[in-house]
Ligand binder design. Structure first.
Ligand SMILES: CC(C)(COP(=O)(O)OP(=O)(O)OC[C@H]1O[C@@H](n2cnc3c(N)ncnc32)[C@H](O)[C@@H]1OP(=O)(O)O)[C@@H](O)C(=O)NCCC(=O)NCCS
Length: 215
């Protein structure tokens, strides 16, 4: 039996709530995916401080692109919230960027989303994800990614491939992808340079027909 429960998407939260209103957990978007160790829901402007706390870590940023800042300020978090509450999957009204939250407190622990490709790659998305250091090694991202890829394939029927790209040395991310059924497809040698360090990029792919969680 599948562990996750899915729900239809609610309307997106407004971009910025009036500053004199206190946000309670009841005001937050409802879960779209509920798992034993996390919930996935749309991001809300009031999440910015929790996002900043979880994201502001050299260890979290290490294997991310420069777009994931370090130090990660409240302003960076607010910029991310602005993007994530507006970015719709191409050709749809669907917001595909989710907060990964503590099921007990609804506090943001991390994030997961897709990057759309275009032109002849419009049949695929790249997945991206991160979680704060305090939450590492508890199986949260494995559970979140497994459920998320199922949601993506079910929600976007034209998508037949998901891709994960991992900097060399990021063993945890490679394991998360394999745990979710992704297949290692090859290495783009010396494809990235970050802070002067040249790195390989490992490519993982998951085809719709390989996604064992789909009916
Ligand atoms: C990569 C990341 C998402 C993993 O999240 P997580 O919730 O800790 O992952 P899980 O707990 O599901 O663990 C998955 C596997 O990785 C292993 N693992 C966890 N942390 C690890 C680490 N620091 N080094 C090596 N292996 C690690 C776990 O033991 C587990 O192994 P198993 O499948 O053999 O049991 C998290 O470390 C992270 O956010 N890192 C920074 C951002 C990032 O790298 N994002 C991905 C960019 S491609």
């Amino acid at each position: 039996m599948s562990q996750e429960q899915t729900a239809p998407q609610p309307p997106p939260p407004s971009a910025s709530p009036p500053s004199n209103i206190t946000t309670t957990s009841a005001d937050l978007p409802p879960p779209i995916i509920t798992l034993p160790n996390c919930i996935l829901r749309l991001i809300h402007p009031s999440d910015a401080p929790a996002i900043q706390r979880a994201a502001d870590s050299p260890a979290v940023a290490k294997y991310m692109s420069y777009r994931f800042a370090n130090p990660y300020t409240l302003e960076h978090a607010q910029q991310w919230v602005g993007f994530a509450t507006a970015f719709k999957a191409p050709g749809t009204d669907i917001l595909p960027s989710f907060a990964i939250c503590d099921p007990a407190t609804n506090t943001v622990l991390g994030g997961i989303g897709i990057k759309a490709r275009d032109d002849v790659e419009s049949n695929m998305y790249e997945v991206g994800y991160w979680i704060g250091e305090a939450s590492w090694g508890k199986g949260i991202m494995t559970a979140a990614l497994r459920a998320y890829v199922k949601w993506v394939f079910e929600t976007f029927p034209a998508i037949n491939r998901l891709e994960g790209v991992v900097f060399e040395g990021n063993e945890a991310s490679g394991k998360v992808l394999k745990n979710a059924g992704f297949v290692y497809e090859g290495t783009r040698r010396k494809a990235a340079v970050k802070h002067g360090v040249v790195m390989d990029i490992l490519v993982y792919g998951l085809l719709r027909e390989e996604c064992s969680l789909l009916n």
